[in-house]
Ligand binder design. Structure first.
Ligand SMILES: Nc1ncnc2c1ncn2[C@@H]1O[C@H](COP(=O)(O)OP(=O)(O)O)[C@@H](O)[C@H]1O
Ligand SMILES: [Mg+2]
Length: 235
């Protein structure tokens, strides 16, 4: 397993947000964590990133324990985290935002190659590379946020609700992009409230409710499960 989260419990000032959460991601997979607002999805990603500490449990990545590392060390180990709400630098150009994503990289020519790869993936970012990030539409900002995370050349990319706030057309486009990135070899951990799209895309998924994983399975299995159909798909 590339990522193994074992029995983690996380609280915010004594209020439990995650309780005994365990799951894993294998190299090359897309794994989704789905669940309603407030279930603890973002908390899982923040804990993996080192932004929060688990009270108990452990997290290993490529065979190394990472649950006591600060965020910059987690990035160095190869995990990138595209946060909810995108967190771009609106007053910097698109290209500067992308280059900031490569802050852990030292090799100039590999940074340049990566930049060209991202521009090939998102031609719109190349066309607008000199524009301020705040001038982009919601969907374009999401692409920039994903592009910036890829600049760190991670082994695992974690996306926190990439489709949030986007129109149906852009939601479709974002999921196509995620699929494309995976087909180029990236391992992905995807947190989503857009249940149908997330399940159609992923290899496996975990369903999180009030801080606990209540069910898991392949995307196909979950799409046809009664629980999911009733609770999330409304059919
Ligand atoms: N910074 C915080 N301080 C206190 N409670 C928080 C904080 N962030 C999240 N929570 C609480 O933790 C729970 C899980 O939140 P979150 O991980 O953001 O859920 P999700 O991403 O699934 O919507 C919620 O009950 C939320 O109110
Ligand atoms: Mg969230």
């Amino acid at each position: 397993m590339m990522l193994e989260v074992r029995d983690i419990t996380v609280d915010y000032d004594g209020v439990v947000a995650l309780e005994g959460v365990s799951f894993s991601v294998e190299r090359g997979e897309v794994v989704s964590i789905i669940g309603p607002n407030g279930a603890g999805k973002s908390t899982i990603l923040r804990t993996i990133s080192g932004l929060l500490r688990a009270k108990s449990g452990s997290i290993s990545f490529k065979g190394k324990e990472i649950h006591n590392l600060p965020p910059y060390r987690v990035v160095e180990h190869g995990i990138a985290h595209t946060m909810e709400g995108r967190r771009l630098f609106g007053l910097l150009s698109i290209e500067k935002n992308l280059l900031l994503g490569a802050y852990t990289q030292k090799n100039k020519s590999s940074i340049h190659n990566k930049l060209e790869e991202i521009y090939a993936l998102f031609p719109i970012l190349k066309e607008r590379r000199k524009q301020l990030a705040q001038t982009l539409s919601g969907g374009e900002q999401q692409m920039l946020a994903v592009g910036r995370s890829l600049m760190a050349q991670p082994d695992l990319l974690m996306l926190d609700e990439p489709s949030l706030g986007l129109s149906p057309v852009l939601v479709k486009k974002i999921f196509e992009t995620v699929k494309d990135i995976n087909q180029k070899g990236m391992t992905l951990l995807l947190v989503e409230q857009n249940v149908r799209e997330a399940l159609e895309l992923c290899n496996r998924a975990y369903v999180l409710q009030t801080g606990r994983i209540v069910t898991q399975g392949s995307g196909k299995e979950l799409l046809s499960s009664d629980l999911i159909r009733k609770a999330y798909l409304g059919i």
